[in-house]
Design a protein around this ligand. Structure first.
Ligand code: FOL
Length: 226
């Protein structure tokens, strides 16, 4: 079992590091940006071994408000283990059940009460079958673990040394925001911006600056240096 679960933040932000407004994204829907998010969080590197036929997939960890912000038809995010951090995991799970019959109730989402508990849970997926928790359904091999927001989860993750990497989509236009990312990665000496080839190697696809609906954005990656 792997001792150290590396975390990757993924976010999109305006030049002033705005990430949200009124419980939603601040910008008009950017389909190519969202498609990048879906591909990158879904893609499992070849290096993740598959033992005994179980599926390999990544995990996404999010705060409860971020869960609420995802359109119900898209949640839980498919092909990824979803972990929701909430002060009331019991109430969250009960509500999922009450939604009844919909895809939200179809496993693949678990509620925990802290980022630490989310990591313990995902760590347990790495253990030998049967050893991990009391889950009886198929337990996929976990590849990468992404923290997908919001501000509270990003702050908690940034305080952890296992947060080694951040994928930042820099939106080159200002929008009114009420929620911000707290670290300017370009100016923080604890972080280094990676070159294009490094980004492409890690995310597993070629990247180019994009313009959509007159909005330019750029896919960046940063690595913790100390
Ligand atoms: N990171 C980046 N780069 N862009 C984002 O928009 C983003 N959003 C969140 C976290 N990190 C991000 C949190 N908000 C969906 C909706 C909101 C959301 C995250 C994901 C969502 O519905 N995702 C679907 C794709 C939907 C579609 O194709 O339109 C998914 O399957 O990932």
């Amino acid at each position: 079992a792997k001792q150290h679960l590396a975390l990757t933040l993924i976010l999109a932000a305006t030049p002033s590091l705005g990430i949200g407004r009124a419980g939603a994204l601040p910008w008009p829907q950017l389909r190519k940006e969202m498609a990048y998010f879906r591909r990158v969080t879904s893609r499992v590197p070849k290096s993740v071994p598959t033992s005994g036929g179980s599926k390999r997939c990544n995990a996404v960890v999010m705060g409860r408000k971020t869960w609420d912000s995802i359109p119900p038809r898209f949640r839980p995010l498919e092909g990824r283990v979803n972990v929701v951090v909430t002060r009331s995991p019991g109430a969250f799970t009960a509500k999922l059940g009450a939604a009844g019959g919909g895809k939200e109730g179809h496993g693949n989402v678990q509620a925990v009460s802290s980022l630490h508990d989310a990591l313990s849970l995902l760590q347990s997926y790495h253990s030998a079958p049967g050893e991990a928790s009391d889950r009886t359904e198929a337990r996929p091999e976990i590849g990468r673990v992404f923290v997908i927001g919001g501000a509270t989860m990003y702050d908690a993750a940034m305080a952890l040394p296992q947060t080694e990497r951040a994928l930042l989509t820099k939106i080159q236009e200002e929008y009114e925001c009420d929620t911000f990312f707290s670290v300017d990665l370009d100016r923080d000496e604890g972080w280094r911006r990676c070159g294009k080839e490094e980004v492409e190697g890690w995310v597993g696809e070629q990247i180019e600056p994009v313009e959509e609906k007159g909005v330019k954005f750029e896919f960046q990656m940063f690595e913790r240096v100390r």
